[in-house]
Design a protein around this ligand. Sequence first.
Ligand SMILES: Nc1ncnc2c1ncn2[C@@H]1O[C@H](COP(=O)(O)OP(=O)(O)OP(=O)(O)O)[C@@H](O)[C@H]1O
Ligand SMILES: [Mg+2]
Length: 221
Amino acid sequence: MSLRAVDLHKYFETAAGRIEILRGLDLEVAAGETLAVLGESGSGKSTLLSLLAGLDAPTRGDVEIDGRSLGAMSEGELAAFRGRELGIVFQQFHLMGGLSALENVALPLELQGTADALTRARDALDQVGLSPRGDHLPARLSGGECQRVAIARAIVVEPALLLADEPSGSLDRRTGDAVNALLFDLVARRGTTLVLVTHSQALAEACDRRLHLEDGRLHAR
Ligand SMILES: Nc1ncnc2c1ncn2[C@@H]1O[C@H](COP(=O)(O)OP(=O)(O)OP(=O)(O)O)[C@@H](O)[C@H]1O
Ligand SMILES: [Mg+2]
């Protein structure tokens, strides 16, 4: 699934005035490509991912997925795209607090009406090493465990597009490496397009391409 951002602008109105986070950002990612987005804290990396996911609308400009403009899609079409094609690992995980780890992972499959949702969710939890925690609510999991549940939830649908915001940021080196290997395994098996935000040079080096978000635009270095 190819991804394109054209002249993307994102401004926020705050009490202190307007802040311009993205200012004419252009981006093209080919189907099956892996891209690392680097940049200082506050540069707009998470903001960019939410625009690429169609979770927030740009102030100006557009995002195209396989040549289709997100801005031109109805809410229903956007929801269908997100449900079927998109996996997203949020920086703050955004797990459902009332659902167990296993139920969180099964949710995207159940929303699609997949018959073997729980079986596949158990397998995904197993892949991130969390089988023994399947019954726990997020409040009873550690930060790194929540992050792994979020990763399992993103990969369980085998998405065509995977957006991951510091996917191993809360994990120790060994666990982080194992989890990152799962993301790249999905890319290799499924041809998934991967855009990940990371502060890790090693993880960035594992991607096909690296871009730096600075002054509201992406720069090659
Ligand atoms: N809804 C909002 N209203 C006002 N300002 C916002 C909003 N969302 C984000 N911002 C501001 O936009 C800037 C970019 O935020 P963003 O979360 O995209 O940064 P980031 O590059 O992901 O940083 P980090 O590396 O710390 O995660 C920040 O200064 C933030 O305060
Ligand atoms: Mg961020």
